[in-house]
Design a protein around this ligand. Structure first.
Ligand SMILES: [Zn+2]
Length: 460
């Protein structure tokens, strides 16, 4: 198909010449190749120029609407927008267009309402393109590509911070039935612009890991299959090479934390069907990251991945990239805890004799409506008790030499505490799978059944 062809040498040369016309000293040699964007430089640019948006889970549809309007207003005509249509509950779904190139590219985020990282990254991408439009690399991108961007495809889900839309349908399993207005809008846009490639932007579970020992899978990539045989054609070769470009870009920033997503064909999914309909799709699944501000790094990784991938497609560099960089990535797993308490002696609160065990706590993020607006919180529970050495965690706590018990009261670190006798009631917390994520780490004293509280383990 003609649209899948990458630009030949002639158009590449034209791009370089045009780019050189914009800048004087650095580009005196007409044939000089443009210096590629480095991941570190892009990461620094993002740090310096990112938009002052709230953490992605707190970005509402109203914020998206305001940001779209402002971007169009400040872009001097470079960015245009249309309302593609409305969600089940009547929220506008926006379609931004940027660039003037012959190759259309489609990017959409937040098809699942509680998967918000890329929405922020897409706004940072647009802002970067507008701000740097005179620079040769950005000019080449805008001359070669026309980006069609749908930030927040599922605004009703985003409003509730839930995966599904207001019909409680998973839009990403609606590509054949097309019972969701959001899904119909996405298909309509694909059919209208016939993109050469699509980027389907999601977040994955906070348990997602990669490698041995398991590391947090910051990003998982998928060159989406279009049939059960996972066949390869020019569409899929392009998406595999694009995934390899992203691997190269993210390695310096997230070494050992990039995985490959299962490429089994899912007959109902949008990525798979959009590939079948003619547009190869790259799935980017953003995953867990440790520390108090994970969103910051995750948005940054998305930004670096998207800019580098788009530049590689615009410059045709993508056709020289080895697809095995992507193919050799380890497949992602679910072997990550939020917190692992290792090597303690558990006094579980069930009346059984204390025993040596690790305790694994899982966490998910929830958005609640507080008195002052939306608040982001962790919700955790104990997932496993036993020998958990084969798992990874965002935070590992060494409990050797300590007892591990439920946190029974509001005692503070340093306090002397005693534990309730033997058989606790069903309402008392217990260190068992499904039990609460709040634990005491205790040191036994010389007095029986008196302990010193050394540490409280809790989700942030
Ligand atoms: Zn998703």
């Amino acid at each position: 198909m003609l649209r899948l062809e990458l630009p030949g040498a002639a158009s590449l040369r034209a791009g370089v010449l045009l780019a050189c016309a914009c800048v004087a000293p650095a580009c005196t040699v007409a044939s000089q190749e443009l210096q590629p964007l480095t991941p570190d430089a892009l990461a620094r640019t993002w740090e310096a120029e990112r938009l002052p948006l709230p953490a992605p889970p707190l970005v509402t549809h109203a914020i998206v609407e305001a940001r779209v309007a402002r971007l169009v207003r400040e872009s001097g005509g470079l960015v245009t927008s249309e309302v593609l249509g409305t969600s089940v509950e009547g929220r506008a779904i926006h379609h931004l267009t940027i660039g003037r190139g012959a190759k259309p590219v489609l990017l959409w985020s937040q098809m699942h309402g509680d998967e918000p990282t890329a929405t922020s990254a897409l706004f940072d991408l647009c802002q970067w393109l507008v701000r740097h439009r005179q620079e040769p690399i950005v000019a080449r991108l805008l001359d070669s590509l026309t980006l069609h961007i749908v930030p927040m495809l599922n605004p009703d889900g985003a409003e509730r911070f839930q995966r599904r839309n207001a019909q409680f349908i998973d839009i990403n399993r609606d590509a054949l039935h097309l019972q969701t207005p959001e899904g119909r809008l996405l298909k309509g846009l694909r059919d209208r612009v016939e993109p050469v490639i699509g980027f389907n932007l999601h977040n994955q579970n906070w348990r997602t890991s990669v490698g041995t020992p398991p590391q947090p899978a910051a990003v998982s990539l998928l060159a989406v299959a279009y049939d059960e045989a996972r066949s390869e054609d020019p569409r899929r070769q392009l998406t595999k090479r694009t995934c390899s470009v992203i691997v190269e870009a993210l390695r310096p920033l997230a070494s050992g934390r990039i995985g490959r997503y299962d490429d089994e064909f899912e007959v109902r999914a949008f990525g798979d069907n959009i590939t079948k309909w003619g547009t190869g799709v790259v799935l980017i699944e953003t995953g867990p990251w440790p520390g108090p501000e994970p969103d910051r790094t995750l948005v940054q990784l998305n930004f670096v991945a998207l800019v580098t991938a788009l530049d590689a497609i615009a410059s045709a560099r993508v056709s020289n990239v080895d697809p095995s960089l992507y193919e050799r990535l380890p497949e992602n797993q679910s072997d990550l805890f939020h917190t692992l308490v290792m090597g303690g002696t558990v006094i579980p609160g069930t009346g059984v004799t204390p025993f040596r065990a690790d305790v694994g706590i899982v966490g998910t993020r929830v958005v609640r409506q507080g008195p002052g607006g939306r608040v982001l919180q962790w919700q955790g529970s104990i997932q496993d008790v036993g020998d958990l050495r084969v798992y990874g965690a965002l935070e590992t706590v060494d409990a050797s030499g300590l007892f591990v018990s439920p946190a029974y009261t509001a005692a503070a670190v340093g306090d002397e505490v005693s534990l309730p006798p033997g058989n606790a009631t069903a309402s008392t917390p217990r260190v068992v799978p499904g039990g609460p994520a709040r634990l005491w780490l205790l040191r036994g004293g010389s007095v029986p059944d008196r302990y010193r509280l050394e540490r409280i383990v809790d989700l942030p």
